[in-house]
Design a binder for this molecule. Structure first.
Ligand SMILES: Cc1cc2nc3c(=O)[nH]c(=O)nc-3n(C[C@H](O)[C@H](O)[C@H](O)COP(=O)(O)O)c2cc1C
Length: 171
């Protein structure tokens, strides 16, 4: 018998993550997007990334139709933007500076708010429970560095660089 919803939430809520704005264009060419934490760096060769969108997401139809998206990996200081993109606002991009990614058919790059971005073309779409999974082939991207924004137990915080142990030696 599957675990109850409350336990499921407490288990998955025990896992801190970074946060990502998934951005795409709708049928009229308007920017659409949402905040996500369900991200997976799926494959290096070929380069693939996976995201999961709730079936009720208003960005979902746009993403399914457009077939391309940009993952904007948020940096510390982007908490207000994270809150905006976790909302149901129709005006999420009104005050946001973005540029179109040529490799993701014009999907928005939000450069000012990112430690990195990845421009992806959808290669697989899978319905899974109450979510849709999108596998994207990474066609372009940049990694700017800086401090990422983290999410844990309904709070945002910068990655605590100064409290970290020395890096693990590569095998
Ligand atoms: C930290 C955090 C992580 C989230 N992760 C996801 C996610 O991985 N997938 C998803 O569909 N929604 C996720 N959400 C919820 C969406 O951001 C939220 O439902 C949003 O209003 C959807 O916007 P839309 O309906 O305009 O697409 C997350 C919210 C927060 C605060």
């Amino acid at each position: 018998m599957p675990v109850p919803r409350d336990l499921y939430r407490r288990i998955s809520g025990s896992f801190p993550t970074g946060v990502v704005i998934v951005a795409t264009l709708d049928a009229e060419g308007r920017p659409r997007g949402l905040l996500t934490q369900a991200y997976l760096g799926l494959s290096t060769e070929p380069p693939l990334m996976l995201i999961a969108l709730d079936a009720t997401s208003r960005t979902l139809p746009a993403l399914r139709q457009h077939g391309a998206f940009v993952l904007n990996f948020l940096r510390a200081g982007s908490e207000d933007l994270a809150t905006l993109f976790a909302s149901k606002s129709d005006e999420k991009f009104r005050d946001v500076r973005w540029s179109p990614s040529p490799e993701a058919r014009g999907a928005p790059i939000i450069r000012d708010a990112c430690v990195a971005y990845a421009a992806c073309n959808v290669t697989q779409t899978i319905e899974a429970g109450d979510h849709w999974l999108f596998v994207g082939s990474v066609e372009a991207g940049e990694a700017f560095g800086g401090t990422p924004l983290m999410y844990y137990r309904r709070r945002y915080a910068p990655w605590p660089e100064e409290r970290l142990a020395p890096p693990i030696e590569e095998a």
